[in-house]
Design a protein around this ligand. Sequence first.
Ligand code: FAD
Length: 576
Amino acid sequence: MKVLIVGGVAAGASTAARIRRLDEMAEILILERDQYVSFANCGLPYHIGKIIPDRNSLLLHTPESLKQKLNIEVRTQHEVIKLHPASKEVEVKDINKGSTYKESYDKLVLCPGASPIRPPIPGANTPGVFVLRNIPDMDRIISQIDKGAKRAVVIGGSYIGLEVAEGFHAKGLHTTILEMSDRLMPWLDKEMTRILHFHVNSKKVDVKLGVAAKSITSKGNMLEIQLSNGEILETDVIVMATGVRPNVELAKEAGLKIGTRGGIAVNAQMQTSDPDIFAAGDAVETPHLITGAATLSMLAGPANRQGRIAADVICGKKSSYRGTQGTSVVKAFDMSVGGSGLTEQDLQRIGMDFRKIYLHPNDHAEYFPGASPMFIKVLFEPKEGKILGAQVLGWSGVDKRIDVFAMAIRAGMTIFDLEHLELSYAPPYASAKDPVNMAGFHGSNLLRGDIHLCYSEEFPECAERVTILDVRTRPEFDHWHIPGAILIPQTELRARIDELPKGKPIYTYCRSGVRSYMAYCILKQRGFKEVFSLAGGLMTYHGYHKTPLASGSAGYPVVTHAEDILAQKPGAVDHL
Ligand code: FAD
């Protein structure tokens, strides 16, 4: 059997290696148009900032090592320029020689990946303006820095943009991120991203949201970017991290089916509309695990798994791809940010009913040094509680929680199931009630009717019809409170309960939602009928509203100890 693979990085190299493990006699040929094969594209931004110091460590394999270890033939700088499905051949251009030739196959696997999108603005191709997809792209960016660049602009504030910005920052460049939407990491729900914005700003990276680059011009040794808000930025290097589109031209031209999202259409066995042609990775679209709708995943994990499945099927094994859920995480300076499954904006777009909770537990035991709060949002079905999505941000332990949520989503678990997960615990790593368990307790309380929540988006309109009860301490209240709120600290609530106005719903709130839940229990059990606790407390409220924290004019929104204890300590609320 002769298997031809187009593209030799994540999906292509995985396919090839798996075929070799399953079939020692197969003839495997990878055709790769680039100079490098099987390199670590996910590591590229980290070499720009020298967080990964050794360029060679990004080169996971060479044609020689693949030949030696796996008996796979790799031809780099050989571009497949046409498919001939009828004769089971491909046309190849030898880039160095400029000549073309035909290569036959029994099975063909298309793993051509995706190409970065350069926004169609004047000057997008000016020297000094780069994209980042492969090693030569990275080398070009580094050589521009090495010419003495002092300023950098990154267009696009999603994960590659953030990673590149961190790389520039690490090299000492004054860095600006331009993001056309109203938030960094636009695929997360907006209220979750404000803390990230705040954090990136705190590193002296200039973040401009809601601003697009209109044009770029070269001015001597520097570049000028004209922005949609009329501003003009001067810079020495620009990276466009504005998304990618699947490379489908070969497939399209050969008459293979292209899906509704613009990726190569494949079945669960990764077969295209031609059963002898398979496809995997960024170039394909696959069903979303929860909705079944076609999705472009653009992530390394799915690319590798899809390649493995294509190889299994080619070698006669039963294997199926089970859908994409979009699990991802990114490091943004000291924070980690990510999620899995659907977001609230996704659910609203597809009109699917849901319930949501926010919580801010510490990543590990409060008494163990270095504890820091997490920003967690979980979305689930209103009846059965099936988990639909989760987003997690924080300083530590974020990846672990995202992965537990991802597992739960993959397994079709419910919010009730999270109460029962037995997760590893010791003080440096977690609490006996892990943040994921806490999400289970909280969400289950909500669905069982043991707590009623109000949400930040109801403010300020709700102020006219409800009593807003702040149950934090006096110093916290004096520092900042929701306009119109009255203060009765949770610890004094039992004694002062008669001070509360009757006949109006009560919205309790505190900093993270813990004290306000305790206040909720007191009030409900002492006869107040309509009580609601603010979901996620002020830590989530700041994500929605332009509070002093949200506008960046106040300090660090981090609590490392139990809130009420912390609030009694001198200076402890200075960060708000
Ligand atoms: P690719 O890895 O892009 O490989 C496709 C290859 O096909 C390319 O080398 C290309 O030259 C070759 N090719 C294309 N057309 C032809 C042709 N006609 N003939 C011959 N060869 C051809 N994902 C994560 O999950 N986590 C991360 O942290 C992460 N970080 C990333 C950081 C960066 C900077 C980038 C660029 C991507 C990152 N990704 C990350 C995404 C991840 O790298 C991709 O999802 C993954 O590489 C897709 O694999 P693929 O094999 O489909 O495509």
